[in-house]
Design a binder for this molecule. Structure first.
Ligand SMILES: *[C@@H]1O[C@H](CO)[C@@H](O)[C@H](O)[C@H]1NC(C)=O
Ligand SMILES: *[C@@H]1O[C@H](CO)[C@@H](O)[C@H](O)[C@H]1NC(C)=O
Ligand SMILES: *[C@@H]1O[C@H](CO)[C@@H](O)[C@H](O)[C@H]1NC(C)=O
Ligand SMILES: *[C@@H]1O[C@H](CO)[C@@H](O)[C@H](O)[C@H]1NC(C)=O
Ligand SMILES: *[C@@H]1O[C@H](CO)[C@@H](O)[C@H](O)[C@H]1NC(C)=O
Ligand SMILES: *[C@@H]1O[C@H](CO)[C@@H](O)[C@H](O)[C@H]1NC(C)=O
Ligand SMILES: *[C@@H]1O[C@H](CO)[C@@H](O)[C@H](O)[C@H]1NC(C)=O
Ligand SMILES: *[C@@H]1O[C@H](CO)[C@@H](O)[C@H](O)[C@H]1NC(C)=O
Ligand SMILES: *[C@@H]1O[C@H](CO)[C@@H](O)[C@H](O)[C@H]1NC(C)=O
Ligand SMILES: *[C@@H]1O[C@H](CO)[C@@H](O)[C@H](O)[C@H]1NC(C)=O
Ligand SMILES: *[C@@H]1O[C@H](CO)[C@@H](O)[C@H](O)[C@H]1NC(C)=O
Ligand SMILES: *[C@@H]1O[C@H](CO)[C@@H](O)[C@H](O)[C@H]1NC(C)=O
Length: 617
């Protein structure tokens, strides 16, 4: 599958003048750039963008609430007070990791909240999307999170036409087309970065492959950068939410098996937006401009004062790094699944097994060795030049090492990318947490572990977050099948006050279709995509209100609740009723829940085998 590329690399070396395309480009260092800032508050750029976004949201929110028709809710008064006080609520959507599974079910969720979809407006869920300030993703969830903004935020139905998900870009490409490239070509592309003096690895290779699906631009979006989103007209006019993606990191001293490191649960979580790259906590408490990622800094100044680099932040590389769990896949393979366990997803779906282990993983390792003389430990992590060395706010490797070693954002056990949105600086009021991390063994549904992990991490860090019950309760109370709110009342948050956002937990579950297809399914037919979209729509709308006609109003109640308190308006009786019904009240049920093995919520008589027989995707 992967070929020897020694000659290809030599050819690139001979013909290239300036490393355009995938490789970062050398430029003279900018004057007057603030290279790093401490992780205190928002950057000026983000803060002013958010203020601009609030103005646009005020109109979308008004239209949304107009359609929603909450009982006894004075919409005009609400909107006018928001306008006067600049207290427009800050809403976010977080899309979990889970490979192509989460990428596509999460896209179905985006679709169900979109006011450009008539059915969504009919069901009174449309317009939430237009009222979001932030959208975050990691691993497979980073693909729609980066793709939608990069394309100027088209509708979900439009973006599927750009994606062409039916093409398998990773396993079966024989010839280059506008939509896919061969393994050889991907290697030639990443070779340009190598020849410019940068480390390369599996994250670059996978990212280039995914980019032919998810990133706009010639040759699989080869030049497209994440910071470039700032130049898109819809971003400039604040007509889309701001994307945040997460990466985890490994450090020397982390648990090591066979020479490969795994992050600890408290490992540093990196946060990347079109504005900045860095971390709010852990071994790095600083940010650097995303546009200038790729420069090695010491004490906040370039180590090489004459040459700086731009274009390290290729969108393909970022989505490839965020979804690069090669350390886990490799360890799972060599240990027969006893090492490299995600705090997530069932082991029977891991990449290693999809690639008929161990030969294909080894082939990839061999291809790097033959082409670049790089070995397993060189290519496993995504290597980023370290901008945070020698800062008083950094520690460990981030303080002393010229490079950062980054891995799949899922690897700390927080597969729902909430960390960036729960930072007090971002003031998020309400977060929709989409969970398709497939952590419930053995059938790849969800058991709430990843949400619970964020609660324990937030509690340890003193961050305001709703209290989340342990997974047995999550399962027994059906929170992994039906939507559930957390943190409506201050006494059920980590800080005991209303600084925590209200979190709407929505987990992928079978309503009209069994959407627990393999997270590594590398091609998806349009029919299956359609069924996934309808299933996500049925989850978001609770089967078009047939489960509970009041449900859509309850989403609205949760979205506005924190802002009501700020502008001196009362929660309505309807919203009290909603919270009574949908907000966790502290009750526990810690009996053994057994396995997550649901049948179709909308047609419980149809078991998986029967359904699968008529849905041969
Ligand atoms: C792919 O390229 C090979 C030659 O490398 C050619 O024989 C084959 O017909 C091409 N296949 C397609 C589908 O174009
Ligand atoms: C935006 O476009 C301008 C003009 O082409 C360019 O100078 C600038 O570097 C771009 N910014 C980003 C973040 O790509
Ligand atoms: C992370 O956890 C490890 C033990 O698992 C501990 O030794 C270390 O001090 C913790 N790091 C931080 C920053 O809390
Ligand atoms: C700075 O980088 C340029 C380009 O890679 C290189 O030629 C030069 O030697 C470097 N300077 C120093 C002082 O390392
Ligand atoms: C790998 O583990 C499975 C159970 O998880 C076991 O059935 C199988 O025999 C093991 N294979 C090897 C080669 O140890
Ligand atoms: C940290 O600073 C020291 C002293 O200036 C320097 O020798 C070292 O290279 C710096 N570390 C990194 C990773 O840049
Ligand atoms: C939930 O999922 C995690 C991760 O796969 C697993 O370790 C745990 O046993 C599961 N818990 C229950 C109660 O199923
Ligand atoms: C959870 O769902 C199952 C199956 O629909 C139902 O039997 C059970 O009563 C529900 N449990 C709760 C606490 O609602
Ligand atoms: C939280 O506070 C409310 C209002 O003060 C009270 O009714 C409720 O019982 C409290 N819940 C818990 C779990 O303490
Ligand atoms: C809900 O409405 C959508 C869009 O019209 C439709 O595709 C779906 O089948 C409906 N679901 C139910 C349970 O009626
Ligand atoms: C999907 O879920 C059903 C119901 O739990 C189960 O029977 C089936 O095996 C699952 N499929 C996969 C690929 O996990
Ligand atoms: C579903 O059916 C297909 C045949 O259409 C079969 O290949 C596949 O193994 C079945 N999936 C499961 C999980 O049983």
């Amino acid at each position: 599958m992967w070929f020897l590329l020694v000659t290809a690399v030599a050819a690139v070396a001979a013909t290239q003048d300036l490393p355009q395309g995938y490789a970062p480009v050398p430029v003279s260092c900018p004057d007057n750039l603030q290279w790093v800032r401490p992780a205190v508050g928002l950057s000026q750029d983000e803060a002013s963008w958010v203020e601009g976004r609030k103005k646009v949201i005020l109109n979308s929110l008004d239209a949304y609430l107009d359609r929603l028709e909450l009982e006894d809710f004075d919409r005009q008064e609400y909107v006018s007070r928001l306008d006067q006080t600049s207290q427009t609520p800050i809403l976010g959507l977080a899309i979990s990791g889970g490979g192509f599974g989460s990428a596509f079910t999460g896209t179905g969720v985006i679709r169900a909240f979109d006011d450009r979809l008539m059915e969504a407006n009919e069901q009174r869920t449309g317009g939430i999307l237009q009222s979001l300030t932030y959208i975050s993703g990691l691993s497979g969830g980073s693909w729609p999170t980066v793709s939608f903004p990069s394309y100027g935020f088209p509708t979900a139905d439009e973006i599927v036409d750009y994606w062409k998900p039916e093409i398998d870009r990773l396993l079966t490409v024989k010839n280059n087309t506008a939509d896919a490239a061969t393994g050889d070509t991907l290697f030639e592309q990443i070779a340009t970065k190598f020849l410019a003096g940068f480390d390369i690895g599996v994250g670059d290779y996978l990212g280039r492959g995914y980019a032919y699906e998810f990133i706009p631009g010639e040759s699989g979006g080869i030049s497209t950068t994440f910071s470039g989103i700032r130049n898109l007209s819809q971003f400039i006019t604040h007509e889309m939410p701001m994307p945040i993606i997460h990466l985890a990191s490994v450090e020397s001293g982390d648990p090591e098996y066979d020479g490969l490191l795994e992050p600890r649960a408290n490992g540093t979580i990196f946060d990347v937006t079109p504005f900045e790259f860095g971390a709010w906590s852990g071994s790095v408490r600083a940010f650097t401009p995303t546009e200038w990622m790729g420069n090695q800094l010491s004490r906040g100044a370039p180590v090489n004062e004459s040459t700086c680099w731009r274009g390290f932040d290729r969108s393909s590389f970022l989505i490839g790094s965020s979804a690069n769990a090669f350390n886990f896949w490799y360890l799972e393979t060599i240990s027969n699944g006893t090492l490299g366990q995600f705090a997530k997803r069932s082991s029977k779906n891991n990449l290693a097994k999809r690639l008929t282990p161990p030969s294909d993983l080894d082939e990839l390792v061999d291809a790097f060795k033959e082409s670049f003389d790089l070995h397993l430990t060189d290519i496993t992590y995504s290597t980023y030049p370290n901008p945070f060395a020698n800062l008083s706010s950094s520690s460990g490797n981030a303080h002393t090492s010229p490079d950062l070693n980054l891995v799949d954002g899922s690897e700390t056990g927080q597969t729902i990318p909430l960390w960036g949105q729960i930072q007090p600086a971002r003031n998020v009021d309400f977060i929709i947490a989409w969970d398709d991390s497939q952590d419930a063994d053995p059938y790849d549904w969800n058991n709430g572990t990843n949400l619970y992990n964020t609660y324990t991490a937030a509690k340890a860090a003193g961050l305001p977050f709703p209290v989340i019950p342990p997974v047995k309760t999550m399962m027994n109370l059906n929170y992994t099948i039906h939507p559930q709110l957390f943190g409506c009342d201050a006494n059920l948050t980590t800080t005991g006050d209303d600084r925590a956002p209200i979190v709407l937990y929505l987990a992928n579950a079978p309503y009209s279709a069994y959407t627990n297809f393999s997270f590594w399914q590398t091609s998806t037919s349009r029919e299956q995509m359609n069924e996934i979209f309808v299933n996500s729509f049925d989850i978001v709308t609770q089967a078009n209100g047939t489960w509970d006609a009041e449900w859509p109003a309850c989403i609205g109640c949760a979205a506005v609740d924190r802002s009501l308190a700020r502008i001196g308006m009362e929660r309505t009786n309807q919203c009290e009723r909603c919270f009574e019904k949908y907000c966790w009240n502290g009750e526990l049920d810690e009996r053994d829940p057994g396995e997550m093995d649901p049948t179709l919520v909308l047609d419980p008589g149809v078991g998986f085998d029967e359904w699968n027989a008529t849905h041969p995707f």
